[in-house]
Design a binder for this molecule. Structure first.
Ligand code: HEC
Length: 205
């Protein structure tokens, strides 16, 4: 098809003596234009898998998080799992973890419990008397939840799970050491881990 001459495409209306050409858009342009419209609709309605807005960034994120939670547990569950008793047992046999526990103790706990655990504002952690129990679980609970109204801070927000299990393990290793300056016993006499000696409580509460 040969291109029409300019005169042929001159439109017959005239405004203020000005005439205009009928200049149709090139076919390729029009086709592209229509394709983009179809594409936009398809994209918006998400009819082509993999192309389009999907369910939206937030929904996608939620879906990925849900899938991950199913596989690895929710962040809360992970936190709990990371600081359970087995983590303390593991830390007790791991020199690097005990070292982490020691560093954590010396930076965060020393002020109240003394570097050797002999006690200061907080109770002596080396003796056989415990206010909140001496099992791994008890010690973990005391550290994570704290005893806010008695001056023992809550550490779950400040320390990372591995620091908590490490410092709990370190506290356990302090037991039985005889610090030069030790605070008087507080709490209940525990004859073994988790075993209170019946009716034998320290005079000082
Ligand atoms: C601001 C002072 C303070 C700091 C810091 C502190 N504690 Fe305590 N802690 C206390 C007090 C006070 C108690 C006693 C709570 C009570 O009387 O019920 C206590 C109790 C404890 C107990 C329970 C002792 C028992 O007899 O049952 C443990 C275990 C313990 N702290 C570990 C830690 C660890 C580990 C850290 C560091 C991560 C730490 N504390 C930091 C003040 C502190």
């Amino acid at each position: 098809m040969s291109a029409p001459r300019d005169e042929d495409r001159l439109l017959d209306h005239k405004y203020d003596d000005i005439q205009e050409y009928d200049n149709p858009l090139p076919t390729w342009w029009t086709v592209l234009f229509v394709v983009t419209i179809i594409w936009a609709v398809a994209y918006y309605m998400n009819v082509i898998p993999g192309v389009g807005t999907g369910k939206g960034k937030i929904a996608n994120y939620d879906a990925e998080m849900a899938a991950a939670a199913e596989k690895f547990g929710t962040p809360e569950q992970q936190q709990e799992a990371a600081i359970d008793e087995s983590a303390v047992t593991a830390a007790l046999g791991d020199p690097a973890k005990l070292e982490l526990g020691k560093t954590t103790f010396n930076t965060t706990c020393m002020a109240c419990h003394n570097a050797d655990g002999g006690g200061n504002i907080g109770p002596n952690l080396t003796d056989d008397y415990w206010i909140h129990g001496n099992s791994k679980k008890d010690i973990l609970t005391t550290i994570t939840k704290g005893v806010p109204d008695k001056g023992m801070p809550t550490w779950s927000a400040t320390l990372k799970p591995d620091q908590i299990s490490a410092v709990a393990a370190y506290v356990i290793t302090l037991h039985g050491t005889k610090p030069a300056v030790a605070k008087e016993p507080q709490g209940i006499l525990m004859t073994a881990e988790g075993v209170p000696a019946a009716a034998d409580t320290a005079a000082a509460k």
